[in-house]
Design a protein around this ligand. Structure first.
Ligand SMILES: [Zn+2]
Length: 349
């Protein structure tokens, strides 16, 4: 079958590899759509899993198939698997864990000592015709769902988990720093949690417009205006929650903490540059500053339910749809060089 594999820095190749075989506890999936993610682009430019790397859970030798945000139709189901039928449309949860470490035993498997991602560190991936994944990683979409929307569930779930971490409640207020795929997902997830006011801070014109189209109450450009002052004008006392999805380092962290109300929650979601801040700011205001990594237990089902009942509508997040053979140039290279001109590029293997 055809698969895109990462062979080295900026070296994505369309390879012909054997179709993966069904194992006990797994399902085989014909991939419909796979998205390209910011962490893929980091891997693309600076691969962190060199030849010889073997993930302790996934147990595979590279070069690895790319693609950890994907949907597809189940084609085969192992005999020992219940609850999934051939033909089902599934959104794949790519996070794998060992199931035995203290974090896993607490149910926080995203914090597993041996966490890994299918489509990044082995285990096949979405940038191929077929993939075999553990049945527990395949979430069945409700009847009537589109395969394209199902491929967006993973990045939306990253955002959903961060909003859950922030405790944002019905009627709440929020600032999102960064309007890329995760930032726009945070906007949608905050609205789905009942937020009455969500501002987005972003520099790209295309992404600013998309933030407005997706329901942002205020869109700010940090290169043109004072984000903290504008937020405090709009929401006296500051917002309940702020989310860092830009990776921009100190300016982003300053906006995050400066815009927050006393006792509010700031969450860093994006990997980014280190930033200094004054811990006295946390002490004096009882602000909570936390991180959010991936997702766990209830997050995938919650996002699928929110999409199904209309609270969360991701239409508009997809900026391009391309074929597998075009993905090295029009997907990975294009996003690495011109990210601001795109949101989510979906690939059809
Ligand atoms: Zn674990």
């Amino acid at each position: 079958m055809r698969a895109l594999r990462l062979h080295g820095p900026r070296d994505v190749r369309l390879d012909d590899i054997p179709e993966p075989a069904l194992r006990p506890g797994t399902v085989k999936i014909r991939v419909e759509w796979a998205g390209i993610c910011g962490s893929d682009l980091h891997q693309y430019s600076h691969p962190a899993f060199p030849p010889g790397y073997v993930h302790p859970v996934l147990g595979e030798q590279g070069p690895f198939v790319l693609g950890h945000e994907f949907s597809g139709r189940v084609t085969e189901v192992a005999d020992d698997v219940d609850g999934i039928e051939a033909g089902a449309l599934v959104a794949v949860e790519p996070l794998v864990s060992d199931g035995t470490c203290p974090a896993c035993l607490r149910g926080e498997y995203n914090l597993c000592d041996s966490f890994g991602f299918i489509g990044l560190m082995g285990g096949g991936g979405g940038m191929s015709e077929y993939v075999v994944v553990p049945a527990r990683n395949a979430h069945v979409m409700p009847d009537g769902s589109s395969a394209e929307t199902a491929a967006l569930v993973e990045p939306l779930t990253v955002a959903w988990h961060a909003v859950r971490r922030s405790g944002l409640a019905d009627g709440g207020t929020a600032l999102v720093v960064g309007g890329g795929p995760i930032g726009l997902g945070l906007l949608l997830a905050a609205k789905a949690h009942g937020a009455r006011f969500v501002a987005v801070s972003e520099v790209s014109e295309a992404r600013k417009q998309l933030a407005r189209d997706l329901g942002a109450d205020l869109v700010l450009d940090p290169t043109q205006e004072d984000v903290v002052a504008r937020i405090r004008d709009e929401v006296p006392g500051g917002v309940d929650a702020s989310y860092e999805a830009s990776g921009a380092g100190k300016p982003a962290v300053d906006a995050l903490l400066g815009s927050l109300r006393k006792g509010g929650h700031a969450v860093t979601v994006a990997a980014g540059r280190p930033a200094e801040f004054d811990p006295n700011q946390l002490m004096l205001t009882e602000v909570n500053y936390t991180g959010s990594f991936g997702y766990n237990g209830p997050d995938f089902p919650a996002v699928i339910a929110a999409i199904h009942d209309g609270r969360l509508n991701p239409d508009g997040l997809v900026s391009d749809r391309i074929a597998l053979e075009d993905a090295p140039a029009k997907g990975y290279a294009e996003l690495a060089d011109n990210a601001g001109g795109h949101v989510k590029i979906l690939v059809h293997p």
